[in-house]
Design a protein around this ligand. Sequence first.
Ligand code: EPU
Length: 337
Amino acid sequence: MIRQNISLKPYNTFGIEATASKFARFSSVNELKDILTETPDKEILILGGGSNVLFVKDTIDELVLLNEIKGFEVVEDNLDDVVVSAGAGEIWHEFVMKCIEKGFCGVENLSLIPGSVGASPMQNIGAYGVEIKDVFEKLEALHIQTGEIHTFTNKECEFGYRESVFKRKLKGQYVITQVYFRLKKQPNLNTSYGAIDTELAKMGIANPSVKDVSNAVISIRSSKLPNPKEIGNAGSFFKNPVVDQSVYQKIAQKYDSVPNYPAENGAVKLAAGWLIEQTGWKGKTKGHYGVHKLQALVLVNYGGATGAEIYDLSTEIIEKVKAEFGVTLEREVNIYL
Ligand code: EPU
């Protein structure tokens, strides 16, 4: 059922006040189809956990749909691995916890990422050396124009760093309904990301289990990243920029401690949080919003900020970083201007 003039504040982790002129929720593909036949409207904004959006305009004119398709099922059980199917409306962290409970390995490094299962392939979520594309098998999505369900393989999703085909050429055309993951039955842990090993050592664990790695990740994330239930935020607001060697060399001449990671074709990935920190913005506030004090990549709403205020702050930061380093930061969060 489509309702009118619904506040979206409870549905975005930034806690921004915005109104959906038309709003509906669905918990099955059939309910979604019914909503779509009820309206000629094909301009749609799908919300999952609302953890990667910033509403800048006060009123959202697209039809806002809340995806609440639930479900967790082992659909293939092999000698070494399983394929798990999850409803797109499942909460990502709860999905990770269910996998760990069953002893399945592959998503533990992605513990505590806010958002829904359906949003995870959309932006190829990643943390601590793992990206969703490493465990992603396929997904099903409803084509909004025709109402047909299409299947997308890993390759067809065209995953990149915080990117997929659904953020680019198929943007706004599909509703992801079901996601399938191939997970290992035996631990095949990835603790290459330095902070995890350090955290495990602090916990006194030499031979970690899948659960131990998840606990280490939860502990690292909780120590650096604000809990959206307490402070409004959408995780990393910007992407880590990838720059040419020459740009990196120029920065390294001035700052010999600049964090850098090899990227494709000899390019270098820089840490946006570090760049922002050098401009002096880390921990700065403008009254009721600002830059998080422990991780400069995260913009925060302490309560009552408007989307426009947060957006203008992000523009100011982009300009500062550009002026200091000649690097243009790109926003990672989906902005509704
Ligand atoms: N750094 C600073 N100052 C800061 C923040 C970071 O100097 O305020 C430095 C750190 O010291 C480190 C480097 O920057 O040398 C990288 O920092 P960190 O390991 O915290 O990771 P990140 O690159 O800032 C990315 C992801 C996070 C993910 C972490 C861990 C992006 C945009 N962000 O952050 O993802 O949790 O790595 O893997 O790629 C998200 O996407 O919402 C998110 C939180």
